[in-house]
Design a protein around this ligand. Structure first.
Ligand code: AMP
Length: 405
């Protein structure tokens, strides 16, 4: 059963509850430092408003752990959203309850209400049915447009679909799913994946799954050193996960079996300590000094990786090539970004930190698609089905079965 999307549904005059991901970064004074996630769902909100729906928005923000934490109120989001939409956004004083019901009952078509932080209630993260039923009672139609939380089984993603009359997905969800399918399920080949980041334990499933699908696999970042150690190289004080050595060798075996092209860095920027002002030098992968740590890929690797993606028709990238947060170790990540941005390929970038690097480098416009999901994007890459998407599918199905009875 396929998912239904908001533009295939009749929402005119109805109360439409849209689960969005407004989990934006805040500075210590509570100001929003990046509103990308709010902007990403504007098409869905505007569509619903244009259709004359009553729009009720629900999101989590930070980790209030089931308690009402005033610093994690949705108030700054309501203010920013109001500015972006150019219309009033009413912030409900709570998520559920009599007062919220009264506010929703008095809504007119074209009104927007933002509920308070879903995670003020423990029932959100425990996927609680009673909490989900209360939320569902606010709406005639439920729409999920929160791709970045779709890998979680929470009440507003999963349980709610059992209690609403109709449900579907939003336009951002469609964009994320469509690009992902283009990249992985029916890719133009050669398909190249670039995987970086800190911990191999977070990425081993992704590497295993990608090794079965891609034509070339390029690995950079901190994960590399578990591979190099497993292969018997000296890695000095570079980041490593000893518990993953065997798994790393298993992935190498799978890569060999499929005979795909596999690239590891051939040189590194090493530092005498983990510090932006550390002493640094460039060494080959065979020459990492015992007391030093490798914190970025080196110039020869940047050239090698750049050439390896030259003929790619599809490129998927997750995870930085080095400790890009420190200038001294950011060059590899930014050079790769520029290679990817200038490639004649469908380029899809996903995962929290990669997304940050793309924004900082100002290369956003040159990428075909930058996913709004970190964990959700990784889960898809691992070949997993996302619980929120499964819930939407079975929701549409059960409603269809009911109507055909
Ligand atoms: P992830 O969230 O797994 O994508 O990892 C991103 C983090 O990996 C960033 O904070 C980088 O600083 C870190 N990282 C990348 N390369 C290295 C490295 N060689 N050593 C230590 N950390 C690294």
């Amino acid at each position: 059963m396929d998912i239904r999307y908001i533009d295939e549904m009749d929402i005119k005059g109805k109360r439409v509850l849209i689960r969005v991901d407004f989990n934006v970064p805040l500075d210590p004074d509570g100001n929003i430092t990046d509103d990308t996630r709010i902007r990403a769902v504007l098409p869905t909100i505007n569509y619903a408003l244009d259709e004359g729906a009553k729009v009720i928005l629900a999101s989590h923000l930070g980790r209030p752990k089931g308690k009402k934490v005033p610093q994690l109120s949705m108030a700054p989001v309501a203010k920013r959203l109001s500015r972006l939409l150019g219309k009033e956004v009413v912030l409900a004083p709570d998520v559920i309850g009599e007062e919220v019901k009264r506010i929703v009952d008095s809504m007119k078509p074209g009104d927007v209400v933002l509920l308070e932080n879903l995670r003020f209630y423990p029932g959100e993260e425990s996927n609680d049915e009673d909490f989900a039923r209360e939320l569902a009672s606010l709406a005639d139609v439920y729409i999920n447009d929160a791709f970045a939380t779709a890998h979680r089984s929470h009440a507003s993603n999963v349980a709610i679909t059992r209690f609403v009359k109709e449900c579907g997905a939003g336009l951002l969800m469609r964009k994320e799913i469509t690009y992902f399918e283009k990249a992985i399920e029916e890719p133009m080949r050669p398909l190249v994946a670039i995987v970086g980041g800190a911990k191999i334990s977070d990425k081993i499933g992704v590497l295993g799954s990608l090794s079965q699908k891609v034509d070339k696999l390029i690995v950079g970042g901190g994960l590399v050193f578990t591979f190099l150690k497993a292969l018997g190289y000296e890695i000095g004080k570079s980041i490593v996960e000893d518990s993953m050595l065997e798994k790393a060798l298993e992935v190498l075996d799978r890569i060999k079996e499929r005979k795909i092209k596999f690239y590891l860095p051939v040189d590194f920027v090493v530092a005498d300590r983990f510090d932006p002002a550390a002493e640094t030098k460039v060494v080959t992968y065979q020459e990492i000094p015992k007391d030093w740590m490798a914190l970025d890929i080196g110039p020869a690797t940047t050239t090698l990786f750049g050439e390896a993606i030259q003929n790619a028709k599809t490129i998927i990238w997750n995870g930085p090539m080095g400790v890009f947060e420190m200038d001294a170790f950011s060059r590899g990540t930014y050079a790769m970004l520029s290679h990817v941005a200038n490639a004649y390929a469908l380029t899809i970038v996903g995962g929290g930190d990669t997304d940050v690097a793309v924004h900082r480098a100002g290369e956003l416009a040159k990428m075909s698609y930058v996913s709004t999901g970190g964990g959700a994007f990784l889960s898809l890459l691992e070949g997993k089905e996302l619980p929120a998407i499964t819930a939407l599918k079975s929701c549409s199905k059960s409603k269809e079965e009911v109507s055909s009875l």
